[in-house]
Design a protein around this ligand. Structure first.
Ligand SMILES: [Cu+2]
Length: 235
């Protein structure tokens, strides 16, 4: 049985500009591509970028130990919300203990199921470590498109779309529409000015930086004036 005809498998929430050459600062948008079925609206939206502190790092798909700085030399506080009250009235950035922006939330809007809605942010220039073999560094961006504010037990295709990595957090959403299908922002190496060092394969490696489960649990909730708004606290 089809749940909602408008929930096309091809229209997932993604970034307007998913690939950026290292060293460039780019204005970008998270593109909300649908709601939670016919007649629903996205009323709030929550975004988390890996904090680079306890993030999961993979090289060509295999998890590695080490630091994000092995691959991106200036990671941390690269992302800022661009203020825009046209689609959602309220917004704020989320910060970690060191004051770095690790995400943002918006609410006070109604983005219909059949609409495409842009939520703007700025990504500062990132630089690929010249000692590394990384040719691409793909940053996983976790997004929740919220149609109805519920507690975690109310997460369903009719209440929320979770575009999150399945890392064992409360926001994995097993069985839901966007399961383990997060948005990504890929930095590509400027091979002319930052050539691969000797000993790397010809094509170099693809590195993934993914928010940890601990960070997801800490940073995905929407907290307004010290009070958690989404998900509802409780069962
Ligand atoms: Cu979709």
């Amino acid at each position: 049985m089809l749940l909602g005809v408008s929930q096309s498998a091809f229209s997932h929430t993604r970034l307007e500009i998913p690939t950026v050459v290292e060293g460039l600062r780019v204005s970008n948008n998270v593109v909300i591509s649908h709601g939670c079925g016919d007649g629903t609206n996205v009323v709030a939206h929550s975004v988390v970028f890996p904090d680079g502190v306890d993030s999961i790092i993979k090289v060509d798909g295999a998890e590695v130990t080490g630091a994000v700085s092995d691959y991106l030399t200036n990671y941390g506080n690269l992302y800022q919300k661009i203020m825009n009250h046209s689609a959602f009235t309220n917004e704020d950035e989320k910060r970690d203990a060191s004051g770095n922006t690790v995400g943002y939330w918006v609410d006070g809007g109604k983005s219909p199921d059949y609409y495409t809605t842009y939520v703007p942010f700025r990504a500062s220039a990132a630089f690929i470590n010249s000692d590394s073999c990384a040719s691409n560094v793909r940053v996983t961006v976790a997004v929740a498109d919220i149609c109805k504010v519920t507690s975690p037990s109310g997460f369903a295709d009719t209440t929320v779309n979770l575009w999150t990595p399945a890392v064992g957090s409360n926001f994995d959403g097993p069985g839901l529409h966007g399961f383990n299908s997060p948005a990504t922002l890929t930095y590509t190496r400027d091979l002319e000015n930052n050539p691969l060092p000797e000993g790397c394969s010809e094509t170099g490696s693809t590195v993934d930086i993914i928010p940890s489960a601990a960070q997801m649990n800490r940073d995905m909730p929407i907290v307004k004036k010290g009070k958690q708004f989404w998900p509802k606290v409780g069962h």
